[in-house]
Write a protein of this length. Sequence first.
Length: 129
Amino acid sequence: MANWKRAVTESAICGKTHPDTVEIKSDIDLLKMQFAEGELPQVKAIEVYHDGNLCFGYELFYKNNVQVGHHIGGHVHADVRCERFELESDEYLVGVGGRCGDICDQLNFTTSKGRKLLAGGKGGEEMQC
């Protein structure tokens, strides 16, 4: 499409879209589109964007080069860094948690080998999934 800007529309859910945009209501729906029926998505890596006090976003990288992520906040500043955590081929996630108050203060992930990624700060109340 030569003039794609004219085709951009506004969505109540995802903001601006263009003609080939597929509306996905959850990460689970996206994963179902990317993997064969009965195939379990395998996380290869996790990235968390944080400044040591708050989390601003995260992204999960799956095998088959699928990425799923969310930016939690829009107040990114110069101290925000990306913490990347690589999982081994025989390793998987067994725990996800963090700390939340008005916003997301911390995200943490635990693997089947007992390794942990902890990113963010100590504010808010503890939560576990």
